[in-house]
Design a protein around this ligand. Structure first.
Ligand code: F6P
Length: 324
């Protein structure tokens, strides 16, 4: 196998707090090991267009605490087609890049998996998404910060909800998964949590609202955006019709969940993953994702991370039910 001398790093898909810490770790570990490191700007779009810059140690100074991604990101439709991936490969060859570290979520890893089969280029993935929905890792970069953002916001909503005796349906991100809703719901002490992984929960909310009339107090119901009933607004409207005596409000937290300075946990996980990704490439590994399981770094076959489905922890579901 060709010895790796030049590596590229990119961020792709939705940005997540901690991506910069991962870029920093890749750049500095690469340089420490005598590699040249190149930043590919705007994800696969920049790869296709050859928007590639040399990075040195100073280029990642002071970025560990910054949210977003200094390399910028994109959701690139052109990369879905073979022609787009061929252009991207040609740009990598032109720049002399031997291997690529991709920081992103399932869509980004699907693209990397396909391209690594079509062209001779090693890819290593670092899971970066607030959704925490990738198989093979307990954590994805950005999840912890997003949880803390949701908790801070919902604590504030709780103050006003309590003052007015209102019921709030709060919608959080997570794409088709309920990890953000479940764990933030537990951390906020939500009275109900609606996630796509658990069916029939709306009936429990109905029962709760029926009982609640006797003990009138405020409530927070956490709703995952991918939840089956159509999101917080649709559910709140349904509940308003069924329970016209209750004062029901909706908040959609939206992209505020993706911003902000990364938590200490996200910075540390991102640093560990970034360092390990470079070392894995130098060790001739390819088409893997760096994960964290039970606190330890693991390597998972890249295609498995997108084909297999990450399950929510049934113990957390049970606990949320008992404590609500
Ligand atoms: O995957 C991260 C995520 O924030 C999801 O939770 C959400 O569904 C999606 O990205 C939003 O994407 P965009 O910023 O492109 O609207």
């Amino acid at each position: 196998m060709k010895k790796i001398r030049k590596i590229g790093v990119l961020t792709s898909g939705g940005d997540a707090p901690g991506m910069n810490a991962a870029i920093r770790a890749v750049v500095r570990t690469g340089i420490h090991n005598g590699l040249e490191v190149y930043g590919i700007r705007r994800g696969y779009q920049g790869m296709i267009e050859g928007d590639i810059i040399r990075m040195d140690s100073d280029s990642v100074s002071g970025v560990i605490g910054l949210g977003g991604t200094i390399l910028q990101t994109a959701r690139c439709r052109e990369f879905f087609a073979y022609e787009g991936r061929k252009k991207a490969y040609e740009q990598l060859v032109r720049s002399g890049i031997d291997a690529v570290i991709i920081i992103g979520g399932d869509g980004s890893f699907t693209g990397a998996s396909i391209m690594s089969k079509e062209f001779q280029i090693p890819f290593v993935g670092i899971p970066g998404t607030i959704d925490n929905d990738l198989y093979g890792t307990d954590y994805t970069i950005g999840f912890d910060t997003a949880l803390n953002t949701v908790v801070q916001a919902v604590d504030k909503i709780h103050d006003t909800a309590a003052s007015h005796g209102r019921i709030f349906f709060v919608e959080v991100m997570g794409k088709e998964a309920g990890f953000v809703a479940l764990q933030s719901g537990i951390a906020c002490g939500a009275e109900g949590i609606l996630i796509p992984e658990q069916k029939g929960e709306l009936d429990k909310i109905r029962q709760y609202l029926t009982d609640r009339a006797k003990r009138k107090k405020s409530s927070i119901i956490m709703v995952a955006e991918g939840e089956d009933e159509g999101g917080a607004i649709a559910i709140a409207n349904k509940m308003k019709e069924e329970f016209p005596d209750f004062d029901i409000r909706t908040t959609i937290l939206g992209h505020v969940q993706r911003g902000g300075s990364p938590s200490a946990l996200d910075r540390i996980i991102a640093s560990r993953m970034g360092k390990d990704a470079v070392e894995a490439l130098m060790d001739d590994q390819k088409s893997i994702m760096i994960g964290v399981v039970n606190g330890r770094i693991v390597h998972v076959i890249l295609s498995k991370t997108v084909k297999l489905h990450k399950m929510v922890d049934p113990e957390l579901l049970e606990m949320a039910d008992i404590l609500s």
